[in-house]
Write a protein that binds this ligand. Structure first.
Ligand SMILES: [Zn+2]
Length: 607
């Protein structure tokens, strides 16, 4: 939440108050009035012909009934400008002329100054490497090398490629001459400390500046031009660079109109793809994606095509990365490059058009998984049927969508030469295990999904959903006062929803703006918080449509008594277990008293 990120809540509130959601949305979407309360327009987040994107001026929220995106004015800017929470706040602050105070803390200011200086040093180093490559005789061999690999002058300029001279002090002297402080330079990651002083880390290498999503140079990668080792070296971590946090070329790919990202392994792959006109390519700069990279990708798109190298280690890395991407809510397909080539090599040999065809034919996730199973179960050209059926059924049993399960069961059956019912039966038998492991009951399933952040269908309304109850209370605070059991924070699942409940029930100022305030609390850059914001926006539109709330008031009451009863029963079981395990001392008396108290309360529920 904003307050925890150094911006006082009062400023966040002021920014929201001074940015009317209708005025902000109308800068991007033409809205028209279709119902008494709400405005509608064509959704800017998915393509459609009839408007399903709605804005509720009174509540200061939006929701799309087509693609289920929703939230407050800050979420809207995050979605449409593809920026994080803080950047969205800054944009809105600028728009309304609200001044965001810099944190007073001296440590913070020092850190910020140091970061600014590091960006300047990196930019100066990148400019030096670029001039070495393009204008200096030192860079002759390097530019010949890049030309041999088919890299054009335009690409060199776009990606700021450069050359680190075969010299121990070339960059050091240059940056010292530009007036950078020796001590700051030493900590920049561009130099190493030798006996006779600092020396250049990158020597006789082609240089790839690594940009962050905003286009600032945060680090470098350097590649040799011959067979010497190591082939690549990278900048160490610094105040502006953490490994596994960035996607190379995202600063360019985020502008592409494809609505998807293609994630490949190395710089050269991403660069070759951009040059071939595949402008949504980014590189992971490693053999597997990290969770933060998956999160970063998800901030830009739901659709991710993974194009890791097709060698053995590449396949393993791709499999791990796929699961990480799916867990962050991405829809994933996998690029199949024939003959184990990487994208760079494939484009050089076959041209851009053939590569575009490969992108179009990227395999759906389940096809790819089953293909990997098949490859692993094939020995000397023969499919090991027993091994294949076992792993394939396991993979299918883990798939939550029953239609996909059935579709692919038929394919697996075909391969095995058995009737498809036999495979379906086996999958369903194994699924029982999966479902038991995941816990039973719709509520627990859904909560578990929320907590693990797995993609889900929009939730069914009340009475099974605590978030719905929370939206209800935020829409109509009198309802909470009227309820037979008055809701407490503990009645809501731990995590984001519990935090929201605390604020709503306390009529906290943070939830002061009613639903828009509540949705603001659902969180920011975090995908999981966003899902909750989307759902809360949808539910509040539903509650609106209901008009008369007395019909669901009874449902709210019985839901809450069920939750309360479950909690008492669980507590009772814990105390009984504690006593059975030999719990003694003064605590034992207290526990016994609590037990009596619980029994009294439980009797009331029965009555
Ligand atoms: Zn939409």
């Amino acid at each position: 939440m904003a307050a925890e990120r150094g911006i006082p809540q009062s400023i966040v509130d002021e920014i929201k108050n001074r940015n009317d959601i209708v005025a902000v949305v109308e800068q991007y979407v033409r809205l028209s009035k279709r119902s008494a309360a709400n405005l509608f327009g064509l959704c800017p987040f998915h393509s459609e012909n009839t408007p399903s994107f709605s804005v509720a001026p009174e509540k200061q929220i939006y929701y799309c009934f087509g693609c289920h995106k929703g939230g407050d004015v800050i979420h809207f800017i995050m979605d449409i400008e593809k920026v994080g929470y803080l950047d969205a706040l800054r944009l809105l602050a600028d728009r309304a002329g609200v001044h965001i105070p810099e944190p007073e803390d001296a440590g913070y200011r020092k850190r910020a100054e140091r970061e600014t200086l590091l960006y300047k040093i990196n930019a100066a180093a990148a400019a030096h490497f670029y001039l070495n490559l393009t204008e200096s005789p030192k860079g002759k061999a390097a530019s010949a090398y890049l030309a041999r690999r088919g890299i054009t002058g335009g690409t060199i300029r776009k990606f700021g490629l450069g050359f680190a001279a075969d010299d121990w002090e070339d960059l050091w002297k240059r940056l010292r001459n530009k007036g950078f402080d020796a001590e700051v330079l030493s900590g920049s990651g561009l130099f190493r400390q030798g006996r006779d002083g600092p020396y250049d880390l990158f020597r006789n290498r082609i240089m790839f500046p690594i940009f962050d999503a905003l286009g600032r140079v945060v680090a470098f990668g350097g590649r040799v031009m011959d067979d010497s080792q190591p082939k690549y070296i990278n900048s160490p971590e610094s105040a502006v660079y953490t490994k596994g946090r960035h996607l190379y070329a995202l600063n360019f790919a985020k502008k592409s109109k494809e609505g998807s990202l293609i994630i490949v392994e190395g710089y050269m792959d991403a660069i070759a793809m951009h040059q071939a006109g595949v402008e949504n390519a980014v590189a992971a700069l490693g053999t597997a994606l990290t969770t933060s990279q998956a999160q970063l990708a998800r901030r830009y798109t739901e659709n991710v095509i993974v194009g890791f190298d097709a060698d053995a280690s590449g396949q393993e890395a791709a499999l791990r990365s796929l699961d990480i991407l799916v867990s962050k809510g991405c829809h994933v397909t996998v690029l199949q490059i024939p003959d184990g080539k990487d994208p760079d090599e494939y484009i050089r040999r076959n041209g851009a058009d053939r590569f575009h065809d490969l992108v179009k034919r990227a395999l759906p996730l389940m096809d790819y998984k089953l293909l990997s199973v098949e490859r692993k179960s094939t020995r000397d050209g023969d499919l090991d049927i027993l091994d294949y059926q076992d792993v394939a059924c396991k993979v299918l049993a883990a798939e939550p969508n029953p239609i996909i399960r059935e579709l692919y069961a038929a394919k697996v059956a075909d391969k095995l030469g058995v009737p498809s019912e036999a495979v379906v039966r086996e999958i369903e038998r194994r699924r029982k295990g999966v479902e038991q492991a995941a816990g039973q009951g719709t509520l627990r399933d859904r909560l578990a999904q929320r907590q693990t952040g797995e993609p889900q269908e929009p939730a069914k309304p009340f009475p099974e959903d605590p978030l719905f109850l929370l939206c209800l209370i935020a829409s109509s605070p009198e309802l909470a006062d009227r309820m037979r059991i008055s809701p407490e924070p503990e009645d809501f699942p731990e995590g984001v929803i519990r935090d929201m409940a605390v604020a709503v029930l306390a009529r906290d100022e943070r939830a002061g703006a009613g639903l828009s305030g509540l949705i603001g609390l659902a969180g920011d850059a975090d995908w999981h918080g966003r899902r909750i914001a989307d759902e809360a926006a949808r539910m509040s539109f539903e509650i609106d449509a209901m008009g008369d709330l007395s019909a669901i008031e009874e449902a709210a009451n019985s839901y809450l008594s069920r939750v309360r009863k479950d909690r008492l029963v669980a507590r009772k079981a814990a105390i009984v277990a504690w006593i059975a395990a030999g719990g003694e001392g003064a605590d034992k008396m207290e526990m016994k008293e609590e037990l009596l108290d619980i029994d009294v309360q439980l009797r009331q529920f029965r009555g």
